[in-house]
Design a protein around this ligand. Structure first.
Ligand SMILES: [Zn+2]
Length: 160
């Protein structure tokens, strides 16, 4: 576990490890910065603005506690990942599928209801058309009746 270096900054650190001063090889003053790579999370190093990483401030030995806590955190993450996997595999997914099926059924019901509504509307349209036809027939009949009645009346009056 001793020699695991950071993925990206580790490569630079091996070439510049002995340069432990606040001055970079370009004679610029370095500033303190924190690494956020997976292996060196929170580890401080000297940073030269144009050149980047110069040297670690936190030596690996002094940093052991931090690595330990990182490993523990990783264990917790692994455990959580496992739990999520288990949750995804078992009844949770089936219940989720059930809800999906339920919502599908609901959608189908909704579709049926809409189809029924449409049918009802069509029937209403047909009946209203029929009513209109009936009304027209009634009007024709009543006009005809009116004319027939007037003719009868006129004949009756002419007979007198
Ligand atoms: Zn520099």
């Amino acid at each position: 576990m001793g020699k695991s270096e950071g993925s990206s900054s580790g490569a630079i650190s091996s070439s510049k490890k002995k340069n432990k001063g606040p001055l970079c090889h370009c004679k610029r003053r370095t500033s303190m910065a924190k690494a956020w790579t997976n292996d060196n999370r929170g580890r401080r190093f000297w940073l030269c603005n144009p050149h980047g990483f110069v040297a670690w401030i936190d030596l690996e030995e002094q940093n052991a506690w931090q690595k330990q806590s990182l490993l523990e955190a990783r264990d917790v993450m692994d455990r959580l990942r496992e739990e999520i996997k288990v949750l995804k595999q078992s009844p949770w997914t089936t219940s989720q599928q059930a809800t999906i099926e339920d919502s599908n059924a609901l959608l189908l019901e909704e579709g049926d209801r809409l189809a029924e509504e449409k049918k009802k509307l069509e029937i209403a349209l047909i009946t209203s058309a029929e009513k209109e036809k009936l009304l027209r027939q009634f009007l024709v009949l009543s006009w005809g009746g009116f004319i027939v009645i007037t003719i009868i009346i006129v004949f009756a009056m002419l007979k007198k």
